[in-house]
Ligand binder design. Sequence first.
Ligand SMILES: Cc1cc2nc3c(=O)[nH]c(=O)nc-3n(C[C@H](O)[C@H](O)[C@H](O)COP(=O)(O)OP(=O)(O)OC[C@H]3O[C@@H](n4cnc5c(N)ncnc54)[C@H](O)[C@@H]3O)c2cc1C
Length: 415
Amino acid sequence: MTRPRIVIVGAGFGGLFAAQALSRVAAEVTIVDRHNYHLFQPLLYQVATAGLPPSDVAWPIRSILRRQRNATVLLGEVVAVDVARKLIDLGSRSLSFDYLVVATGSTHSYFGHEDWRPFAPGLKSIDDATRIRGHILRAFEAAEMETDAARRERLLRFVIVGAGPTGVELAGTIAELARFTLAADFRRIDPRSAKIVLVEAGPRVLAAFKEPQSAYALRSLEKLGVEVRLNMAVTACDERGVSLGAERLDSATVIWAAGVAASPVGRWLGAPTDRAGRVLVEPDLSTGGHVFVIGDAASVTLPDGRRVPGVAPAAKQQGRYVASVIAARIEGRPAPGPFVYRDPGNLATIGRKRAVIEFPFITLRGLLAWWLWGFAHIYFLVGVPSPVVVSLRWLWEYLTYGRGARLITGQEHAD
Ligand SMILES: Cc1cc2nc3c(=O)[nH]c(=O)nc-3n(C[C@H](O)[C@H](O)[C@H](O)COP(=O)(O)OP(=O)(O)OC[C@H]3O[C@@H](n4cnc5c(N)ncnc54)[C@H](O)[C@@H]3O)c2cc1C
């Protein structure tokens, strides 16, 4: 008798955890991703700011799953799904399934201004991070050569749009890069004169945290020299910089850290979605049959009306949960109850010494929070191939203010 075919699209947190949780199930598990790596997104900003090399935050999916005998890894981009015929379309070929788990994550939303994307890249993949890293470093290089004061100012202004955890982490780290790491490296410019502007349409930074933590993050950013512009929306964005209403900010480096849009899963499945394009799933995370959507691509409402946030722990828990639902169906056992989210809390770091933490049992701000943030991430890294190497590299950088991965790659120009 042939074993059931389970196809998982996406090897992010949700897809990978689902695949691993299916290791003992008598089924053929195929995991398809358009990249050959699993990416630890919470540390991606470290690659974009030259703190860590890409290989410290991403690992080949094939090597992570190499001991799992029932799992096959395929490199390919899914472009459509035929739910009725149980086929996924990989462009040049198709793949059939008995159960499908879609875990394709999310992308940035430019709020209807897709034309801004080329001028304000978002941070989502290794390619994005190395491109942003090159852009930041090239801006300092070009400023060193520039003789015109206005053009130099534009090169040394870095605008980050969106003050969620990623925007705050980027702004704090770029400020430290300019103020400490690069301070002594240039002769004609003073990197410390760089302006880092964090633009937020809402009234506070880190809006997912409680007010005292937001206020602390704001003060910490300002101490690092970051100019935080609250209640300001970007109204235009082009190759010269951004407009905030009537105000113009000329900048050679604009980074987009605002807005989330799901990948086109709703269209593929013909399923209803919320306004951000996330598929509205049933309490068992299915779309009603043998197709499941998890992680950032799904909109999950809990029985008490709360919506599950788009964070790594939620995707992991959903991955494990759908594996248990599928295993129960294959093995003829009763289905588990509806998905329940255990919220482990929120953490964000602001530069190299400060962080904010809201765990269910404790709230912390400052240096101790920073160390806990560091330990939490090392703990999350357990299970990936090189947690010790990454931890040691962090510690070294912490002690030396170094940013060892300061390499410019690719051909783009800063101006
Ligand atoms: C910069 C950044 C920092 C973050 N920091 C934190 C943090 O500190 N803490 C936290 O909890 N969360 C953080 N998050 C959010 C967290 O990373 C996501 O919630 C989580 O990764 C969602 O998991 P997922 O499996 O749904 O999607 P992802 O992890 O995004 O994985 C999606 C996978 O699907 C693949 N894929 C997409 N489309 C296709 C296709 N058409 N065909 C084939 N493959 C496809 C992608 O290549 C990717 O591997 C951060 C996110 C970002 C971008």
